[in-house]
Write a protein that binds this ligand. Structure first.
Ligand SMILES: Cc1ncc(C[n+]2csc(CCOP(=O)(O)OP(=O)(O)O)c2C)c(N)n1
Length: 622
């Protein structure tokens, strides 16, 4: 694998500006190989990054970054940008513990101007940056790179609406690969695709002219008429009309994988002042056969074998079980299932195939998905909404206003709760419990075993009020029993981490300690058996894989505070912080939430030591 040109740019990013066309093409090839080999070992967002190599190289070639700046929407497609901005040597640490982030990170490089990870933020942020630039009297340009999937996000529309009237000097590159994670859904995508695939419009003017010239007698008139027709038809259906009506100058579509074409167009566009959108068509997974064939599977992948495309990590997740449970239940129960562009990650693909009429992928539109579900539920269609914990954060008002306030039977299936491996601070599922617990009318579960998960799902099928079921990506253990022997201390644990706590308690009991343990699945309202048990113990430790503030331990503390005197309660979880990239195991160890840390803590309390410091682990604050 040659990295000659990449090394040259790595030494000095300015070297890129002197590359010939051939060298630029070779550089793109080197970048693709580097991305492929690294992601095959570390995992990551392969297909999106392979598709956007030429656009990123061209942007760095034409613009001066910095002072010009690029904001990548979602940010999962910024690997080429990282390689062009001095991070070749560290690229092997991509997504690893203390390594390079898989998303833009200003703490890593000043060229990562803004942290992204959640879709739809780039246009609004660019408008803020550019407004400040002009207020300061500067003339740097802000560039947004956004995919056709993220373009459909509601926040993006709010940004576009504001941008058009602002006249600010912002360039938007629409990276249109026709895919979100799955095929992009919704009317806007249909509109963009319709234009690209209209046969008369995909032919060049010359081709059309040639066809008509061959018709004797009326060829000339037809050519004139066709030009007229093309003008009118263009006006009716080109995607440009949509953007131009918003006050944004539209260029394209161009082939975004042709480096020369992208550079030529960017050079021309760079002279234009005001909001501009360049529509570039790209191939998701470009250059790697298996990713081109299956961009969905290679959107975000674990380590895999380059030769065969075979992924190493097992695909059975807790979400897969949830999907199968719903599939089975849908034969008996009448309910709908909603997702915001995460069908595959949530394990809903089986359900979608079997019950297409009851399955709704609404695009990257989490807030909308919750209100849509509320509407369905209000009109007597019970609805489950699948959503990752981190993306649930932007739906707080909808959960409050549209579900809880109206007490509707919507079930929120909150996947990826707890520590999330590899994706870093934008994707941790550790805040939801605290913010959900404050809401009236809501029942919150955090199942600790597969058996408990199924019991919870069965309850949710019948229940007539809002329910939240939060579960991790990793597979839960099959089953787990309480340990009740009138022990000296009581350990309470919820969710995935309960299995480790259970294991530690059994281990210590076999060494002669007397420790009781109760796994807790329902947190709000707190399970009665837990409330009753609390009265019997004076030394209690709670364990959770969420921030301690406002979480499970706090719920226990509230009960103890009201009812008990002279108790000692230790709440163990995560401190209020942002958690950097790493595997779940590495991060848990860092916060003493691994087996060893838990063991130490339990022994400390058992021995009634005074100086228990549950936040002794390093601070992960940025
Ligand atoms: C708010 C939010 N919801 C869901 C996701 C998960 N997600 C990451 S990338 C992606 C698809 C993005 O599609 P697109 O913008 O077209 O970019 P592409 O990957 O095709 O280049 C989704 C849904 C997210 N990052 N943010």
């Amino acid at each position: 694998m040659s990295t000659y040109l990449l090394e040259k740019v790595n030494k000095n990013p300015e070297n890129l500006k002197n590359f010939t066309k051939k060298e630029l093409e070779d550089l793109c090839q080197e970048i693709r190989e580097k991305i492929l080999s690294t992601v095959s070992k570390n995992g990551g967002h392969l297909a999106s990054n392979l598709g956007i190599v030429e656009i990123t190289v061209a942007l760095h070639y034409v613009f001066n970054i910095p002072p010009d700046r690029i904001i990548f929407d979602v940010g999962h497609q910024s690997y080429t940008h990282k390689l062009l901005t001095g991070r070749v040597d560290k690229f092997d640490t991509l997504r690893k513990y203390k390594g390079l982030s898989g998303f833009p990170n200003p703490y890593e490089s000043e060229t990562d101007i803004f942290m992204t990870g959640h879709a739809g933020t780039a246009i609004s942020c660019a408008l803020g940056l550019q407004t400040a630039e002009e207020l300061k009297g500067g003339n740097a340009r802000t560039i947004v790179v956004i995919g056709d999937g993220s373009l459909t996000n509601g926040v993006t529309f709010e940004g576009l609406n504001n941008l058009g009237s602002s006249k600010k000097n912002i360039l938007i590159i629409l990276n249109d690969n026709n895919f979100s994670i799955s095929k992009t859904k919704g009317a806007l995508s249909y509109y963009l695709t319709k234009w690209i695939t209209m046969p008369i419009l995909t032919r060049s003017k010359e081709e059309i002219k040639e066809i008509f010239e061959k018709i004797p007698g009326i060829g000339e008139q037809l050519i004139k008429a066709s030009q007229n027709f093309e003008q009118k038809t263009r006006y009716l259906i080109i995607p440009g009309v949509f953007f131009e009506k918003l006050g944004i100058k539209y260029f394209g579509p161009i082939n975004g994988n042709d480096i020369s074409q992208v550079i030529d167009v960017l050079k021309n566009i760079s002279l234009y002042k005001g909001p501009v959108l360049l529509h570039a068509m790209t191939k998701k997974g470009k250059g790697y056969f298996y990713a081109e064939q299956n961009p969905e599977r290679f959107h975000s992948t674990g380590p895999f074998d380059i030769k065969t495309g075979q992924q190493h990590s097992p695909s059975l997740t807790t979400g897969t079980l949830v999907g199968r449970f719903l599939e089975k239940s849908a034969e008996k129960y009448d309910f709908c299932l909603v997702t915001s562009a995460m069908e595959y990650g949530l394990g809903f693909d089986g359900f979608a195939k079997k019950f297409p009429d009851r399955f709704f992928d609404v695009g990257i539109a989490e807030s909308h998905s919750i209100i849509f579900a509320a509407g369905l539920a209000k009109n007597k269609k019970k609805t489950f909404v699948g959503i990752y914990s981190t993306f649930l954060q932007r739906t707080y008002d909808q959960i409050f206003h549209d579900i809880c306030l109206q007490n509707l039977p919507v079930v929120l299936l909150v996947d990826r709760s707890g520590i999330v491996s590899g994706d870093g601070p934008t994707h941790q599922g550790i805040y939801d419990l605290a913010f959900l617990r404050t809401l009236p009318n809501i029942t919150i579960f955090c199942p600790y075993s597969i058996k408990n998960l199924y019991e919870t799902m069965s309850f949710a099928l019948e229940y007539k009020s809002p329910v939240v079921i939060r579960y991790p990506k990793d597979l839960l253990v099959e089953d787990m029993q309480e340990i009740r022997k009138d022990g000296k201390i009581l350990c309470l644990a919820t969710g995935l981490i309960a299995a480790t706590v259970h294991h530690v308690c059994e281990l210590l009991n076999s060494e002669g300690y007397q420790i009781d343990f109760i796994p807790v699945g329902r947190i709000k309202p707190m399970e009665d058996k837990v409330k009753q048990a609390l009265a019997k113990y004076r030394n209690i430790i709670t364990f959770e894989e969420t921030i301690v503030t406002g979480g499970f331990g706090s719920a226990i503390l509230e009960i103890c505070n009201e009812k008990l005197e002279g108790f000692k309660l230790l709440r163990k979880g995560l401190p209020e912080t942002f958690i950097e990239t790493g595997s779940r195991q590495e991060i848990l160890k860092d916060f003493s939430l691994d087996e060893e840390g838990i063991k130490k803590l339990v022994i400390n309390l058992y021995k009634n030591e005074k100086s228990i410091n549950y936040s002794e682990s390093k601070d992960h604050r940025y």
